[in-house]
Design a protein around this ligand. Structure first.
Ligand code: SAM
Length: 249
């Protein structure tokens, strides 16, 4: 089993594939403000469609939900059909080169995924996809403190070396050509809702994959991440950045 397959197996039973919730998605959507009638949206790195379904339902817009993994795309499309959301289309694709015409989006969304192609790189690639004044909302894992606790710093310097302070993320966001409308950290309950079911499943996952060192390695990494969160979780968070495409000076 590859590490990715093991991680997918561990996460499969739950829809959010990263910390987040419908309530947080709606809070960010409210911060975007008014959208035109029948807006065009994209959710990049959509996973099983946790946010894409909320966006399609709440805006009535045409939502392109994109993910690199066919199983995620299939899950998103099936869930949208089951919910009667006819304006959502899920496609397999690379969010570093999405099949979206430049200047066509009213709103670009991405939760827990931009890091996979590099936060700054994502901002650079995604800005031209927006109409002038079009909106963007994305989350990025950030430090909340200027001096992270040593254990947490050691854990994340290995797990996500590019992690930066929230203020640095905001500066990068603005330097990339976005005007900030709002920013907030995902609340504690979003983290608990993500980690608690995973922690509950870990013992059975270890039993099932006892003979597979790769899967056990993935379980160990996840257990270490959950432990880091339990010990020092207040030192970092997922920052929601909401803004609009600004004209460059
Ligand atoms: C942590 S999950 C978050 C999924 C979803 N946004 C959510 O909040 O539940 C990150 C997702 O990004 C996708 N992903 C990673 N790299 C990608 C790429 N280059 N292009 C498209 N999707 C990618 C992964 O397959 C995965 O589904």
């Amino acid at each position: 089993m590859t590490p990715l397959a093991a991680l997918l197996d561990l996460l499969a039973p739950q829809v959010p594939q990263a910390p987040g919730s419908a309530a947080s998605t709606r809070r960010a959507l409210a911060a975007v403000g008014p959208l035109p009638p029948r807006p065009r949206l994209a959710d990049l790195g959509c996973g099983q469609g946790a946010s894409a379904l909320v966006l399609a339902g709440d805006t009535g817009g045409e939502v392109l939900a994109l993910d690199a993994l066919p199983e995620m795309v299939h899950a998103t499309q099936s869930r949208a059909e089951a919910a009667g959301l006819k304006t959502l289309r899920a496609v397999v694709g690379d969010m570093a080169a999405p099949p979206i015409p430049p200047g066509s989006l009213d709103l670009l969304w991405s939760e827990g995924a931009a890091y996979a192609i590099g936060f700054e790189h994502a901002l650079e690639v995604w800005r031209p996809l927006l109409k002038p004044g079009g909106a963007i909302a994305l989350t990025e894992l950030c430090w909340r403190v200027s001096e992270p606790p040593p254990q947490a710093a050691a854990f994340w310097s290995a797990a996500y070396p590019a992690m930066q302070h929230a203020d640095a993320c905001q500066r990068a966001f603005e330097a990339a050509g976005f005007r900030l409308l709002d920013r907030f950290f995902l609340p504690e309950e979003d983290w608990a809702a993500y980690y608690t079911p995973i922690a509950t499943r870990l013992p059975a996952f270890r039993d099932t994959h006892a003979d597979d060192p790769v899967a056990i390695g993935v379980a160990d990494e996840m257990a270490a991440e959950i432990e880091a969160w339990r010990c020092d979780g207040e030192a970092w968070g997922y920052l929601f950045l909401i803004g609009r495409r600004a004209d460059r000076p």
